[in-house]
Ligand binder design. Structure first.
Ligand code: C5P
Length: 284
């Protein structure tokens, strides 16, 4: 038996635009996505000689076929033409769920990367991303990592210049938004402000952290404008000196970009109140 270990990094959306509803029920997106250091740990025992098993240290996460990490193992073994028996996946969660940080997708991507390494890297990154798309819209980006433009339903990826090292504070309020419901809501509201994706690409090219922070924009914020929590967290991050702040994905986590690790650390501590989970992280 061997044990594979893989870091499963969360993602944030530096920009997120929802362009149109498609006939298959999904929406076409345009989003600059970024991997961050906040991560889960994924371990996989291979060839245990026992039936497959998944465990997760967070009681609220399903440790069965509903878990995206399990779906990822399934599609990988289907692809290489063997059964999943003899696999034990253990997930240690740090990424909060229902946050827009792609926690479940990150775990799935880690499983795909680890199993592919074990199988002698027989699949290219592109093929692994294609497998990821069978599991969920954010999984291909999590397989690729770094800084990328995601289009289509999230699976069409263009690598962008790596973001400079950005010091982040991520805050997760107790409220959770259901992703399909938020997409539906966006269909019925007039989107007033859209991100300037080209300007964000240029800011990344220039390595300009201040400009990147000033261009953060997520249209989903306009679908949750009735929720005071999001605006309140953004205001608190800006009050503590954030260069910019935005909700990530379909929420409910909000992140701010800070000038220094010290500023991020003190803000993280100051905002950690009853119910609000806070994390420092950086772009990776
Ligand atoms: O692909 P995933 O399972 O993560 O998507 C969850 C749900 O979010 C979809 O069923 C769909 O309702 C919505 N979605 C969408 N457009 C996308 C991605 C997700 O409408 N590009």
């Amino acid at each position: 038996m061997i044990t594979l270990s893989e870091r499963a990094c969360a993602k944030i959306n530096l920009t997120l635009d929802v362009l149109s509803k498609r006939d298959d029920g999904y929406h076409d997106l345009r989003s600059v996505m970024q991997t961050v250091s906040l991560c889960d740990d994924v371990e996989i025992d291979v060839d245990t000689g026992r039936p497959w098993k998944l465990t997760c240290d967070a009681a609220s996460i399903p440790a069965d076929e509903r878990n995206l990490a399990w779906k990822a193992a399934r599609v990988f073994f289907d692809r290489i033409g063997r059964g999943p028996d003899g696999i034990e996946i253990r997930i240690r969660k740090r990424i909060p769920s229902e946050a827009g940080l792609a926690g479940g997708s990150a775990d799935a991507a880690a499983v795909l990367r680890a199993l592919n390494r074990w199988a002698g890297a027989s699949l290219s990154t592109e093929a692994l991303c294609d497998l990821g798309a069978l599991v969920g819209s954010d999984v291909p980006f999590c397989v690729l990592g770094g800084t990328a433009l995601a289009e289509g339903r999230g699976e069409r990826l263009t690598k962008l210049p790596d973001a400079p090292e950005l010091q982040l504070v991520i805050c997760k309020p107790p409220v959770a938004f259901a992703t399909p419901a938020l997409f539906k809501r966006l269909d019925s509201v007039e989107i007033r402000e859209q991100p300037d994706t080209d300007a964000m690409r240029q800011a990344l090219q220039d390595g300009d952290s201040v400009k990147i922070a000033s261009l953060l924009c997520n249209v989903f914020e306009q679908a949750v404008s009735d929720r005071p929590e999001i605006e309140a967290i953004k205001a608190a991050l800006l009050r503590h000196g954030a260069l910019g702040a935005s909700m990530t994905g379909s929420g409910s986590a909000v992140f701010g970009i800070f000038r220094s690790p010290e500023d991020a650390k003190s803000t993280c501590k100051a905002l950690r109140t009853n119910g609000l989970q806070t994390f420092t992280a950086k772009t990776v």
